[in-house]
Design a protein around this ligand. Structure first.
Ligand code: 1PR
Length: 556
Protein backbone atom coordinates (compact mmCIF):
# COMPACT_ATOMS: atom_id res chain seq x y z
CA UNK A 1 0.00 0.00 0.00
CA UNK A 2 1.27 3.50 -0.85
CA UNK A 3 2.61 5.65 1.96
CA UNK A 4 0.88 8.73 0.50
CA UNK A 5 -1.78 10.50 2.54
CA UNK A 6 -3.95 12.97 0.63
CA UNK A 7 -4.75 16.01 2.76
CA UNK A 8 -7.39 18.57 1.82
CA UNK A 9 -5.87 22.06 2.02
CA UNK A 10 -8.25 25.02 1.98
CA UNK A 11 -5.62 27.19 3.66
CA UNK A 12 -7.25 27.03 7.04
CA UNK A 13 -4.89 27.22 10.02
CA UNK A 14 -1.87 25.20 10.91
CA UNK A 15 -1.47 22.37 8.41
CA UNK A 16 2.29 22.20 8.96
CA UNK A 17 1.79 20.33 12.24
CA UNK A 18 -0.48 17.76 10.62
CA UNK A 19 2.11 17.22 7.90
CA UNK A 20 4.81 16.83 10.57
CA UNK A 21 2.71 14.28 12.48
CA UNK A 22 1.99 12.25 9.33
CA UNK A 23 5.67 12.31 8.36
CA UNK A 24 6.81 11.34 11.84
CA UNK A 25 4.61 8.26 11.48
CA UNK A 26 6.42 7.32 8.28
CA UNK A 27 3.99 8.56 5.60
CA UNK A 28 4.09 11.37 3.03
CA UNK A 29 1.56 14.14 2.48
CA UNK A 30 0.03 15.08 -0.86
CA UNK A 31 -1.98 18.29 -0.77
CA UNK A 32 -5.39 18.56 -2.39
CA UNK A 33 -6.18 22.22 -3.09
CA UNK A 34 -8.54 22.24 -6.05
CA UNK A 35 -11.04 20.15 -7.97
CA UNK A 36 -8.46 18.75 -10.35
CA UNK A 37 -6.28 17.46 -7.50
CA UNK A 38 -9.52 16.30 -5.87
CA UNK A 39 -10.39 14.13 -8.87
CA UNK A 40 -6.94 12.55 -8.69
CA UNK A 41 -7.44 11.92 -4.97
CA UNK A 42 -10.82 10.21 -5.51
CA UNK A 43 -9.16 8.00 -8.08
CA UNK A 44 -5.80 7.27 -6.45
CA UNK A 45 -5.85 8.06 -2.72
CA UNK A 46 -5.87 5.20 -0.28
CA UNK A 47 -6.29 7.47 2.73
CA UNK A 48 -7.50 11.04 3.03
CA UNK A 49 -7.51 13.61 5.84
CA UNK A 50 -9.85 16.60 5.99
CA UNK A 51 -8.44 19.04 8.55
CA UNK A 52 -9.99 22.37 9.41
CA UNK A 53 -9.86 25.18 11.91
CA UNK A 54 -11.57 28.54 12.21
CA UNK A 55 -14.95 29.71 11.09
CA UNK A 56 -17.45 27.07 9.88
CA UNK A 57 -18.91 29.29 7.14
CA UNK A 58 -15.50 30.34 5.84
CA UNK A 59 -14.38 26.69 5.76
CA UNK A 60 -17.55 25.50 3.95
CA UNK A 61 -17.31 28.36 1.44
CA UNK A 62 -13.73 27.36 0.65
CA UNK A 63 -14.66 23.67 0.40
CA UNK A 64 -17.60 24.35 -1.94
CA UNK A 65 -15.79 27.14 -3.83
CA UNK A 66 -12.86 24.89 -4.73
CA UNK A 67 -15.11 21.98 -5.70
CA UNK A 68 -13.72 19.99 -2.80
CA UNK A 69 -17.06 19.34 -1.06
CA UNK A 70 -17.90 17.09 -4.03
CA UNK A 71 -14.45 15.51 -3.78
CA UNK A 72 -15.01 14.61 -0.13
CA UNK A 73 -18.48 13.17 -0.81
CA UNK A 74 -17.29 11.17 -3.85
CA UNK A 75 -14.30 9.91 -1.90
CA UNK A 76 -16.49 8.80 1.02
CA UNK A 77 -18.79 7.02 -1.45
CA UNK A 78 -15.82 5.13 -2.85
CA UNK A 79 -15.47 3.40 0.54
CA UNK A 80 -11.87 4.49 1.15
CA UNK A 81 -10.88 5.76 4.62
CA UNK A 82 -11.36 9.43 5.49
CA UNK A 83 -10.40 11.18 8.70
CA UNK A 84 -11.79 14.64 9.53
CA UNK A 85 -10.30 16.88 12.20
CA UNK A 86 -11.97 19.74 14.13
CA UNK A 87 -13.89 21.85 11.57
CA UNK A 88 -13.31 18.87 9.25
CA UNK A 89 -15.54 16.90 11.66
CA UNK A 90 -18.00 19.78 11.87
CA UNK A 91 -18.35 19.96 8.07
CA UNK A 92 -19.89 16.50 8.01
CA UNK A 93 -22.85 17.69 10.08
CA UNK A 94 -25.89 19.49 8.70
CA UNK A 95 -24.86 23.01 9.70
CA UNK A 96 -23.78 25.27 12.54
CA UNK A 97 -25.29 28.24 14.33
CA UNK A 98 -21.89 29.86 13.81
CA UNK A 99 -22.78 30.45 10.14
CA UNK A 100 -26.52 29.80 9.77
CA UNK A 101 -26.58 30.09 5.98
CA UNK A 102 -23.61 27.77 5.34
CA UNK A 103 -24.50 24.23 4.30
CA UNK A 104 -22.67 21.32 5.93
CA UNK A 105 -22.23 18.04 4.06
CA UNK A 106 -25.22 16.68 5.96
CA UNK A 107 -24.09 13.13 6.78
CA UNK A 108 -25.31 13.58 10.36
CA UNK A 109 -28.55 15.47 10.94
CA UNK A 110 -27.37 17.66 13.80
CA UNK A 111 -26.83 21.43 13.78
CA UNK A 112 -23.80 22.47 15.83
CA UNK A 113 -24.41 24.91 18.65
CA UNK A 114 -22.24 27.26 20.67
CA UNK A 115 -21.14 26.24 24.15
CA UNK A 116 -23.07 28.02 26.88
CA UNK A 117 -20.71 30.64 28.31
CA UNK A 118 -22.82 31.46 31.36
CA UNK A 119 -20.99 28.81 33.39
CA UNK A 120 -17.61 28.51 31.71
CA UNK A 121 -15.06 30.11 29.39
CA UNK A 122 -15.71 29.85 25.66
CA UNK A 123 -13.87 28.82 23.44
CA UNK A 124 -13.28 25.40 24.99
CA UNK A 125 -9.49 25.36 24.86
CA UNK A 126 -7.37 22.63 26.36
CA UNK A 127 -6.95 18.97 27.16
CA UNK A 128 -10.08 16.97 27.85
CA UNK A 129 -11.00 13.29 28.21
CA UNK A 130 -13.39 11.19 26.13
CA UNK A 131 -15.69 8.25 26.78
CA UNK A 132 -16.66 5.78 24.06
CA UNK A 133 -20.45 5.43 23.92
CA UNK A 134 -21.42 2.09 25.37
CA UNK A 135 -18.28 1.82 27.48
CA UNK A 136 -19.12 4.34 30.19
CA UNK A 137 -17.89 3.17 33.57
CA UNK A 138 -15.72 0.39 32.11
CA UNK A 139 -12.33 -0.17 33.65
CA UNK A 140 -10.09 0.82 30.78
CA UNK A 141 -7.09 -1.03 32.12
CA UNK A 142 -8.87 -4.17 30.92
CA UNK A 143 -7.78 -3.00 27.48
CA UNK A 144 -11.13 -2.81 25.76
CA UNK A 145 -11.02 -2.20 22.00
CA UNK A 146 -10.96 1.50 21.27
CA UNK A 147 -12.16 3.71 18.45
CA UNK A 148 -8.98 4.21 16.40
CA UNK A 149 -6.85 4.14 19.55
CA UNK A 150 -8.73 6.89 21.43
CA UNK A 151 -7.94 6.14 25.04
CA UNK A 152 -10.39 7.17 27.78
CA UNK A 153 -7.54 7.51 30.26
CA UNK A 154 -5.78 10.11 28.09
CA UNK A 155 -6.45 13.77 27.42
CA UNK A 156 -6.72 15.26 23.92
CA UNK A 157 -6.35 18.86 22.78
CA UNK A 158 -9.60 20.66 21.88
CA UNK A 159 -10.00 24.20 20.66
CA UNK A 160 -13.48 25.28 19.54
CA UNK A 161 -16.55 27.31 20.52
CA UNK A 162 -19.09 25.27 18.54
CA UNK A 163 -19.79 21.57 18.89
CA UNK A 164 -22.32 18.80 18.33
CA UNK A 165 -23.74 19.31 21.82
CA UNK A 166 -25.92 16.36 22.84
CA UNK A 167 -28.75 17.91 24.80
CA UNK A 168 -31.81 15.96 23.61
CA UNK A 169 -33.05 12.58 22.35
CA UNK A 170 -33.38 13.75 18.74
CA UNK A 171 -29.66 14.45 18.57
CA UNK A 172 -28.82 11.06 20.06
CA UNK A 173 -31.19 9.48 17.51
CA UNK A 174 -29.35 11.28 14.70
CA UNK A 175 -26.21 9.36 15.71
CA UNK A 176 -27.89 5.98 15.30
CA UNK A 177 -25.59 3.67 13.38
CA UNK A 178 -22.49 5.74 14.27
CA UNK A 179 -19.93 4.78 16.92
CA UNK A 180 -18.95 7.82 18.91
CA UNK A 181 -16.94 9.06 21.87
CA UNK A 182 -18.26 11.97 23.87
CA UNK A 183 -16.54 14.55 26.03
CA UNK A 184 -17.94 16.89 28.62
CA UNK A 185 -17.31 20.61 29.03
CA UNK A 186 -18.98 22.10 32.11
CA UNK A 187 -22.39 20.45 32.12
CA UNK A 188 -22.52 20.01 28.33
CA UNK A 189 -21.80 16.70 26.61
CA UNK A 190 -20.69 16.78 23.00
CA UNK A 191 -19.33 14.57 20.21
CA UNK A 192 -15.56 14.25 20.57
CA UNK A 193 -15.12 11.64 17.83
CA UNK A 194 -17.46 9.73 15.56
CA UNK A 195 -17.04 6.90 13.07
CA UNK A 196 -19.04 4.83 10.63
CA UNK A 197 -17.81 2.50 7.93
CA UNK A 198 -14.87 4.29 6.26
CA UNK A 199 -15.41 7.69 7.94
CA UNK A 200 -13.67 8.74 11.16
CA UNK A 201 -13.86 12.24 12.61
CA UNK A 202 -12.40 13.90 15.68
CA UNK A 203 -13.36 17.23 17.22
CA UNK A 204 -10.00 17.32 18.99
CA UNK A 205 -6.65 17.82 17.27
CA UNK A 206 -4.75 14.50 17.36
CA UNK A 207 -1.75 16.18 15.71
CA UNK A 208 -1.55 18.49 18.75
CA UNK A 209 -2.30 15.86 21.38
CA UNK A 210 1.18 14.54 22.08
CA UNK A 211 1.95 10.82 21.86
CA UNK A 212 -1.68 9.87 22.55
CA UNK A 213 -2.80 11.87 19.52
CA UNK A 214 -0.10 10.43 17.27
CA UNK A 215 -1.35 6.97 18.24
CA UNK A 216 -4.85 7.90 17.00
CA UNK A 217 -3.51 9.14 13.64
CA UNK A 218 -1.36 6.03 13.36
CA UNK A 219 -4.35 3.77 14.06
CA UNK A 220 -6.32 5.54 11.32
CA UNK A 221 -3.48 5.37 8.81
CA UNK A 222 -3.08 1.65 9.51
CA UNK A 223 -6.84 1.07 9.26
CA UNK A 224 -6.84 -0.17 12.83
CA UNK A 225 -10.39 0.82 13.75
CA UNK A 226 -10.60 -1.05 17.03
CA UNK A 227 -6.95 -0.70 18.02
CA UNK A 228 -6.27 -2.05 21.47
CA UNK A 229 -4.92 0.63 23.74
CA UNK A 230 -1.41 -0.17 24.82
CA UNK A 231 -1.01 -0.72 28.52
CA UNK A 232 1.69 1.92 28.45
CA UNK A 233 -0.75 4.53 27.21
CA UNK A 234 -3.57 3.33 29.46
CA UNK A 235 -1.49 3.46 32.59
CA UNK A 236 -2.04 7.14 33.38
CA UNK A 237 -5.18 7.79 35.31
CA UNK A 238 -6.39 11.23 36.19
CA UNK A 239 -9.60 12.95 37.24
CA UNK A 240 -12.11 13.34 34.36
CA UNK A 241 -12.78 16.61 32.55
CA UNK A 242 -10.87 19.54 31.16
CA UNK A 243 -7.44 20.04 32.68
CA UNK A 244 -5.98 23.31 33.82
CA UNK A 245 -3.23 23.93 31.28
CA UNK A 246 0.41 24.35 32.27
CA UNK A 247 2.25 26.43 29.67
CA UNK A 248 5.97 26.94 29.26
CA UNK A 249 6.92 30.36 27.91
CA UNK A 250 10.11 31.20 26.05
CA UNK A 251 10.99 34.88 25.72
CA UNK A 252 13.27 34.97 22.70
CA UNK A 253 15.58 37.68 21.35
CA UNK A 254 18.95 38.20 19.70
CA UNK A 255 21.78 38.74 22.13
CA UNK A 256 24.64 41.16 21.57
CA UNK A 257 26.56 38.49 19.59
CA UNK A 258 23.63 38.16 17.18
CA UNK A 259 22.49 34.70 18.39
CA UNK A 260 18.84 33.98 18.98
CA UNK A 261 18.48 32.91 22.59
CA UNK A 262 15.87 32.17 25.20
CA UNK A 263 16.10 34.88 27.80
CA UNK A 264 14.21 35.93 30.90
CA UNK A 265 13.97 39.19 32.75
CA UNK A 266 13.06 40.51 36.15
CA UNK A 267 10.20 42.95 35.69
CA UNK A 268 11.03 42.77 31.97
CA UNK A 269 14.71 43.68 32.35
CA UNK A 270 16.53 40.83 30.59
CA UNK A 271 20.12 42.01 31.15
CA UNK A 272 22.44 40.46 33.73
CA UNK A 273 22.89 42.61 36.80
CA UNK A 274 26.64 42.58 36.20
CA UNK A 275 28.16 43.21 32.79
CA UNK A 276 24.70 43.98 31.34
CA UNK A 277 24.74 41.16 28.75
CA UNK A 278 21.38 39.70 27.67
CA UNK A 279 20.73 36.58 29.80
CA UNK A 280 21.19 33.48 27.70
CA UNK A 281 19.13 30.50 28.85
CA UNK A 282 19.50 28.26 25.84
CA UNK A 283 18.47 27.67 22.24
CA UNK A 284 14.74 28.06 21.55
CA UNK A 285 14.14 24.82 19.61
CA UNK A 286 15.96 22.60 22.12
CA UNK A 287 14.39 24.32 25.12
CA UNK A 288 10.89 23.91 23.62
CA UNK A 289 11.52 20.21 22.98
CA UNK A 290 12.69 19.74 26.56
CA UNK A 291 9.43 21.19 27.91
CA UNK A 292 7.36 19.07 25.50
CA UNK A 293 9.06 15.96 26.88
CA UNK A 294 8.40 17.17 30.43
CA UNK A 295 4.67 17.37 29.61
CA UNK A 296 4.03 21.06 28.82
CA UNK A 297 0.45 21.44 27.59
CA UNK A 298 1.47 24.28 25.29
CA UNK A 299 4.61 26.16 24.39
CA UNK A 300 4.61 29.93 23.84
CA UNK A 301 7.37 31.88 22.12
CA UNK A 302 7.45 35.62 22.70
CA UNK A 303 9.75 37.42 20.32
CA UNK A 304 10.47 40.25 22.69
CA UNK A 305 12.38 42.50 20.33
CA UNK A 306 10.34 41.66 17.23
CA UNK A 307 13.49 41.51 15.07
CA UNK A 308 12.46 44.77 13.52
CA UNK A 309 15.10 44.83 10.80
CA UNK A 310 14.69 41.30 9.43
CA UNK A 311 13.28 40.90 5.94
CA UNK A 312 9.97 39.12 6.44
CA UNK A 313 10.81 35.99 4.51
CA UNK A 314 13.80 35.45 6.77
CA UNK A 315 12.10 36.14 10.09
CA UNK A 316 14.12 34.03 12.52
CA UNK A 317 10.98 32.94 14.36
CA UNK A 318 9.65 31.24 11.22
CA UNK A 319 12.55 28.82 11.18
CA UNK A 320 12.29 28.27 14.94
CA UNK A 321 8.62 27.38 14.51
CA UNK A 322 9.28 25.10 11.54
CA UNK A 323 11.88 23.16 13.46
CA UNK A 324 9.96 23.08 16.75
CA UNK A 325 6.76 21.82 15.16
CA UNK A 326 8.62 18.78 13.79
CA UNK A 327 9.21 17.42 17.28
CA UNK A 328 6.74 19.21 19.56
CA UNK A 329 3.19 17.91 19.15
CA UNK A 330 1.35 20.31 21.45
CA UNK A 331 -0.01 23.75 20.53
CA UNK A 332 2.51 26.48 19.76
CA UNK A 333 1.82 30.18 20.19
CA UNK A 334 3.97 32.91 18.75
CA UNK A 335 3.89 36.53 19.91
CA UNK A 336 5.84 39.67 19.15
CA UNK A 337 5.65 41.79 16.05
CA UNK A 338 2.17 40.72 14.93
CA UNK A 339 1.15 44.01 13.36
CA UNK A 340 1.02 45.78 10.00
CA UNK A 341 4.64 46.16 9.13
CA UNK A 342 7.03 47.40 6.43
CA UNK A 343 9.33 44.77 4.97
CA UNK A 344 12.82 46.30 5.10
CA UNK A 345 13.90 44.17 2.14
CA UNK A 346 11.25 45.46 -0.25
CA UNK A 347 9.87 48.60 1.42
CA UNK A 348 6.40 47.07 0.97
CA UNK A 349 3.69 47.38 3.61
CA UNK A 350 2.74 43.91 4.79
CA UNK A 351 -0.59 43.61 6.61
CA UNK A 352 -0.64 41.82 9.97
CA UNK A 353 -2.83 39.11 8.46
CA UNK A 354 -0.01 38.19 6.07
CA UNK A 355 2.52 38.16 8.93
CA UNK A 356 0.21 35.88 10.94
CA UNK A 357 -0.36 33.69 7.90
CA UNK A 358 3.40 33.10 7.60
CA UNK A 359 3.49 32.02 11.24
CA UNK A 360 0.50 29.68 10.87
CA UNK A 361 2.09 28.14 7.77
CA UNK A 362 5.29 27.55 9.75
CA UNK A 363 3.60 25.61 12.53
CA UNK A 364 2.01 28.16 14.90
CA UNK A 365 -1.46 27.38 16.20
CA UNK A 366 -2.07 30.79 17.73
CA UNK A 367 -0.61 34.24 17.35
CA UNK A 368 -0.35 36.57 20.31
CA UNK A 369 -0.78 40.32 19.86
CA UNK A 370 0.60 42.75 22.45
CA UNK A 371 1.20 46.42 21.61
CA UNK A 372 -1.10 46.49 18.62
CA UNK A 373 -4.05 45.28 20.72
CA UNK A 374 -3.63 48.33 22.96
CA UNK A 375 -3.82 50.61 19.92
CA UNK A 376 -6.89 48.73 18.70
CA UNK A 377 -8.57 48.98 22.12
CA UNK A 378 -7.95 52.73 22.28
CA UNK A 379 -9.58 53.15 18.87
CA UNK A 380 -12.44 50.85 19.92
CA UNK A 381 -13.34 53.12 22.86
CA UNK A 382 -12.78 56.33 20.86
CA UNK A 383 -15.17 54.91 18.28
CA UNK A 384 -18.00 54.31 20.80
CA UNK A 385 -17.07 50.69 21.56
CA UNK A 386 -16.95 49.60 17.95
CA UNK A 387 -14.22 48.09 15.83
CA UNK A 388 -13.68 49.44 12.33
CA UNK A 389 -12.70 46.03 10.94
CA UNK A 390 -9.10 47.05 10.20
CA UNK A 391 -7.22 46.06 13.38
CA UNK A 392 -5.06 42.92 13.20
CA UNK A 393 -7.23 41.44 15.95
CA UNK A 394 -10.22 41.65 13.63
CA UNK A 395 -8.52 40.83 10.34
CA UNK A 396 -6.77 37.71 11.73
CA UNK A 397 -9.65 36.32 13.79
CA UNK A 398 -12.08 36.58 10.88
CA UNK A 399 -10.55 33.89 8.66
CA UNK A 400 -8.63 31.94 11.32
CA UNK A 401 -11.23 32.03 14.10
CA UNK A 402 -11.00 33.70 17.50
CA UNK A 403 -9.32 30.62 19.00
CA UNK A 404 -6.20 31.41 16.95
CA UNK A 405 -5.77 34.91 18.38
CA UNK A 406 -4.40 35.64 21.85
CA UNK A 407 -3.97 39.11 23.33
CA UNK A 408 -0.93 39.48 25.57
CA UNK A 409 -1.44 42.11 28.29
CA UNK A 410 1.56 43.72 30.03
CA UNK A 411 0.07 45.66 32.94
CA UNK A 412 1.57 47.54 35.90
CA UNK A 413 -0.14 48.06 39.24
CA UNK A 414 -1.11 51.67 40.10
CA UNK A 415 -2.42 52.60 43.58
CA UNK A 416 -5.14 55.19 44.15
CA UNK A 417 -6.91 56.47 47.27
CA UNK A 418 -10.38 56.26 45.76
CA UNK A 419 -12.03 54.84 42.61
CA UNK A 420 -13.10 58.39 41.72
CA UNK A 421 -9.43 59.40 41.32
CA UNK A 422 -9.27 57.77 37.88
CA UNK A 423 -11.62 57.00 34.99
CA UNK A 424 -10.41 53.38 34.86
CA UNK A 425 -11.90 50.31 36.47
CA UNK A 426 -10.41 49.90 39.97
CA UNK A 427 -10.83 47.41 42.80
CA UNK A 428 -10.08 47.33 46.49
CA UNK A 429 -6.83 45.54 47.21
CA UNK A 430 -5.86 43.42 50.18
CA UNK A 431 -2.36 44.87 49.91
CA UNK A 432 -2.56 48.67 50.34
CA UNK A 433 -0.01 50.90 48.63
CA UNK A 434 2.98 52.75 50.13
CA UNK A 435 0.77 55.63 51.30
CA UNK A 436 -2.04 53.42 52.53
CA UNK A 437 -3.94 53.56 49.19
CA UNK A 438 -6.67 50.93 49.23
CA UNK A 439 -7.55 50.84 45.54
CA UNK A 440 -5.66 49.78 42.44
CA UNK A 441 -5.96 49.81 38.71
CA UNK A 442 -3.64 48.11 36.27
CA UNK A 443 -2.16 50.32 33.62
CA UNK A 444 -1.50 48.84 30.18
CA UNK A 445 1.89 49.21 28.54
CA UNK A 446 3.30 48.69 25.05
CA UNK A 447 6.75 47.89 23.66
CA UNK A 448 7.62 45.43 26.39
CA UNK A 449 6.61 47.74 29.23
CA UNK A 450 8.67 50.68 27.99
CA UNK A 451 5.67 52.93 27.33
CA UNK A 452 2.53 53.26 29.48
CA UNK A 453 -0.92 54.10 28.12
CA UNK A 454 -3.98 55.74 29.62
CA UNK A 455 -5.97 52.50 29.42
CA UNK A 456 -6.69 49.90 32.11
CA UNK A 457 -6.00 46.18 31.72
CA UNK A 458 -9.69 45.51 32.52
CA UNK A 459 -10.80 47.76 29.65
CA UNK A 460 -8.16 46.25 27.34
CA UNK A 461 -9.43 42.75 28.17
CA UNK A 462 -13.01 43.67 27.31
CA UNK A 463 -12.10 45.46 24.09
CA UNK A 464 -9.89 42.53 23.03
CA UNK A 465 -12.74 40.07 23.53
CA UNK A 466 -15.13 42.27 21.57
CA UNK A 467 -12.65 42.69 18.68
CA UNK A 468 -11.87 38.99 18.23
CA UNK A 469 -9.42 37.67 20.82
CA UNK A 470 -10.13 34.08 21.83
CA UNK A 471 -7.84 34.09 24.84
CA UNK A 472 -5.83 36.47 27.06
CA UNK A 473 -2.24 36.00 28.14
CA UNK A 474 -2.26 38.02 31.33
CA UNK A 475 1.25 39.03 32.40
CA UNK A 476 2.03 41.35 35.29
CA UNK A 477 5.19 43.46 35.16
CA UNK A 478 5.32 43.87 38.97
CA UNK A 479 5.36 40.08 39.42
CA UNK A 480 7.50 39.04 36.43
CA UNK A 481 10.60 37.12 37.52
CA UNK A 482 9.94 37.60 41.25
CA UNK A 483 9.20 33.89 41.99
CA UNK A 484 6.66 35.16 44.55
CA UNK A 485 3.54 33.63 43.00
CA UNK A 486 0.91 34.93 40.57
CA UNK A 487 -1.00 38.18 41.09
CA UNK A 488 -4.23 36.51 42.22
CA UNK A 489 -6.18 39.76 42.58
CA UNK A 490 -5.39 40.86 39.05
CA UNK A 491 -6.28 37.44 37.64
CA UNK A 492 -9.66 37.32 39.40
CA UNK A 493 -10.41 40.85 38.27
CA UNK A 494 -9.67 40.12 34.60
CA UNK A 495 -11.56 36.79 34.76
CA UNK A 496 -14.62 38.76 35.89
CA UNK A 497 -14.26 41.06 32.86
CA UNK A 498 -14.46 38.45 30.07
CA UNK A 499 -15.84 35.06 29.02
CA UNK A 500 -12.82 33.96 27.00
CA UNK A 501 -10.11 31.85 28.67
CA UNK A 502 -7.33 33.57 30.58
CA UNK A 503 -3.72 32.37 30.93
CA UNK A 504 -2.23 33.60 34.20
CA UNK A 505 1.40 34.62 33.84
CA UNK A 506 4.27 36.17 35.83
CA UNK A 507 5.59 35.28 39.25
CA UNK A 508 5.61 31.46 39.29
CA UNK A 509 8.54 30.26 41.39
CA UNK A 510 7.39 26.86 42.72
CA UNK A 511 4.90 24.14 41.68
CA UNK A 512 2.67 25.18 44.60
CA UNK A 513 2.15 28.56 42.94
CA UNK A 514 0.30 26.75 40.14
CA UNK A 515 -1.83 24.90 42.67
CA UNK A 516 -2.54 28.23 44.36
CA UNK A 517 -3.55 30.06 41.20
CA UNK A 518 -5.89 27.22 40.17
CA UNK A 519 -7.39 27.01 43.66
CA UNK A 520 -7.83 30.72 44.37
CA UNK A 521 -8.79 31.97 40.91
CA UNK A 522 -10.82 30.57 38.02
CA UNK A 523 -7.99 31.01 35.52
CA UNK A 524 -8.01 28.45 32.71
CA UNK A 525 -4.25 28.07 32.33
CA UNK A 526 -1.05 29.23 33.97
CA UNK A 527 2.32 29.92 32.48
CA UNK A 528 5.82 29.68 33.90
CA UNK A 529 9.16 30.73 32.53
CA UNK A 530 12.10 31.44 34.86
CA UNK A 531 11.57 28.52 37.24
CA UNK A 532 11.72 26.11 34.28
CA UNK A 533 14.60 27.85 32.46
CA UNK A 534 16.78 27.88 35.56
CA UNK A 535 16.12 24.11 35.98
CA UNK A 536 14.76 24.69 39.47
CA UNK A 537 11.62 22.68 38.65
CA UNK A 538 10.35 20.74 35.65
CA UNK A 539 6.91 21.01 34.08
CA UNK A 540 6.40 17.47 35.29
CA UNK A 541 6.96 18.61 38.91
CA UNK A 542 4.11 21.06 38.43
CA UNK A 543 1.85 18.38 36.94
CA UNK A 544 2.52 16.00 39.82
CA UNK A 545 1.74 18.73 42.33
CA UNK A 546 -1.58 19.43 40.55
CA UNK A 547 -2.45 15.75 40.34
CA UNK A 548 -1.80 15.30 44.06
CA UNK A 549 -4.06 18.29 44.73
CA UNK A 550 -6.85 16.50 42.79
CA UNK A 551 -6.88 18.57 39.60
CA UNK A 552 -7.55 16.81 36.28
CA UNK A 553 -4.08 16.72 34.77
CA UNK A 554 -2.49 15.50 31.59
CA UNK A 555 0.45 13.33 32.48
CA UNK A 556 2.97 12.09 29.98
O1 1PR B 1 4.02 44.07 21.50
O2 1PR B 1 2.90 42.50 19.97
O3 1PR B 1 5.33 42.99 19.69
O4 1PR B 1 4.50 41.65 21.61
C1 1PR B 1 5.65 41.62 22.40
C2 1PR B 1 5.51 40.48 23.36
O5 1PR B 1 6.75 40.34 24.04
C3 1PR B 1 4.44 40.68 24.41
O6 1PR B 1 3.73 39.48 24.60
C4 1PR B 1 5.21 41.03 25.68
O7 1PR B 1 4.59 40.48 26.82
C5 1PR B 1 6.55 40.36 25.43
N1 1PR B 1 7.68 41.09 26.01
C6 1PR B 1 8.20 42.24 25.56
N2 1PR B 1 9.27 42.59 26.31
C7 1PR B 1 9.42 41.65 27.24
C8 1PR B 1 10.47 41.60 28.27
O8 1PR B 1 10.49 40.72 29.14
N3 1PR B 1 11.38 42.56 28.23
N4 1PR B 1 8.28 39.59 27.81
C9 1PR B 1 8.42 40.69 27.06
C10 1PR B 1 7.21 39.27 28.44
C11 1PR B 1 6.52 38.06 30.20
C12 1PR B 1 6.07 36.70 30.28
C13 1PR B 1 6.99 35.91 31.16
C14 1PR B 1 6.16 35.72 32.38
C15 1PR B 1 6.57 34.61 33.26
N5 1PR B 1 7.53 38.23 29.23
O9 1PR B 1 5.67 36.07 29.17
O10 1PR B 1 7.40 34.81 30.49
O11 1PR B 1 6.13 36.96 33.09
O12 1PR B 1 7.80 34.85 33.84
P1 1PR B 1 8.17 34.19 35.23
O13 1PR B 1 7.39 32.92 35.32
O14 1PR B 1 9.64 33.94 35.17
O15 1PR B 1 7.78 35.19 36.27
P2 1PR B 1 4.20 42.88 20.66
Amino acid sequence: MSDLVYVIDVESGNLQSLQNAVEKLGYRVKWVKNREQGLEAVDKAQRMILPGVGNFGHFMDELHGRGLADTVLEYIKSGKPLMGICVGLQSIFKGSVESPTAQGLGLIDIRLSRFDDSEKSVPHIGWNGTVLKGQEGDDITKSTPSLYGIDPSQKYYFVHSFAAVLSNETQIQALQGWEYAQAQYGSEKFVAAVAKDNVFLTQFHPEKSGEAGLFVIDSFLKGNKHARISTELASHKTAPGLTKRVIACLDVRTNDAGDIVVTKGDQYDVREKEGSAVRNLGKPVQVAEKYYKQGADEVTFLNITSFRNSPLKDLPMLEILRLTSKTVFVPLTIGGGIRDTVDPATGKVVPALEVADMYFRSGADKVSIGSDAVDAAEKYYANGRKGDGTSPLETISKPYGVQAVVVSIDPKRVYVQSPSDVKHHTFKTKYPGPNGEEYVWYQTTVKGGRETRDLGAYELAQASEALGAGELLLNCIDKDGTNSGFDLELINDIKSAVKIPVIASSGAGRPEHFEEVFTKTTTDAALGAGMFHRDEYTVSDVKKCLQTAGFPTRLT
